[in-house]
Design a protein around this ligand. Structure first.
Ligand code: IPE
Ligand code: IPE
Ligand code: MG
Length: 228
């Protein structure tokens, strides 16, 4: 796929939705869809590397998702952890910096250790930054930032957001036909372009991604200004 470099987003974010429905359509348990969804994450992040996208982020688990059945939550946490272990070599080889963002106080010690070691080991990788949002919500982020900003007597919120240092998403893609933000990057999405697709996350692969990037490339971003 050829695209003018200025039409390639710096930061693409994916709200991965529809795993449960994908599995249910096949008469399988919801978790089956989460396993298949991991393949989409791999394919999309590889594609981002190829296209020279600097930041790719994935909304993997929201603060509200803690209210799902315990078994599903446990399976998801195990899945995140085992993938971090199995992908480590791949990240090092490809120069991917890995970052986890969210309310880490709700994660297990074991999971937090895995995250810390992966983030430390990949910190100097500079081809691309891959971000996993886990136990994240936009309201949580704004609240924790506001508290820390007030404690510091400062008046600029941005440096206190959990995403500090990461450019705001240029493009947010949501799969599965839902057209809502579901408490994702509320602050950071102020000027993001949105692409909604009916494709369920486990079916969202290279071709669907290219279609979304093409739609993004056709958008006219004005940021409140008058077009020249
Ligand atoms: C997205 O798929 C994955 C997570 C939110 C963890 P869902 O599990 O929400 O799948 P649907 O929306 O129920 O089909
Ligand atoms: C959004 O999906 C959160 C993630 C993709 C992690 P949900 O399935 O939780 O969203 P709602 O409940 O349909 O809004
Ligand atoms: Mg869902």
């Amino acid at each position: 796929m050829m695209m003018e470099p200025e039409r390639i987003p710096v930061h693409v974010s994916l709200i991965m939705d529809g795993n449960g429905r994908w599995a249910q359509q096949r008469g399988k348990e919801r978790t089956f869809g989460h396993f298949e969804g991991v393949e989409s994450v791999r394919e999309i992040s590889d594609e981002c590397l190829k296209l020279g996208i600097r930041y790719v982020s994935f909304f993997a688990f929201s603060e509200e998702n803690w209210n799902r059945p315990r078994k599903e939550v446990d399976t998801l946490m195990e899945l995140f952890m085992s993938n971090m272990h199995s992908q480590f070599g791949n990240f090092m080889e490809k120069g991917v910096r890995y970052v986890v963002i969210g309310n880490r106080s709700r994660l297990s010690d074991k999971f937090n250790k895995t995250i810390d070691s992966l983030m430390e080991a990949t910190a100097a990788n500079d081809k691309m930054t891959m971000i996993l949002f886990v136990s994240y919500s936009g309201k949580w982020d704004i609240l924790q930032a506001a508290r820390r900003m007030a404690a510091a007597g400062a008046d600029d919120l941005e440096p206190y957001l959990a995403t500090a240092g990461i450019p705001d998403p240029d493009l947010i893609i949501r799969t599965s036909g839902e057209k809502r933000i579901s408490n994702y990057m509320l602050w950071q999405a102020a000027y993001s372009e949105f692409v909604f697709t009916d494709t369920l996350w486990p079916d969202f692969r290279k071709d669907s991604f290219h279609a979304a990037l093409e739609e993004y490339a056709s958008r006219d971003r004005r940021f409140g200004k008058v077009k020249k």
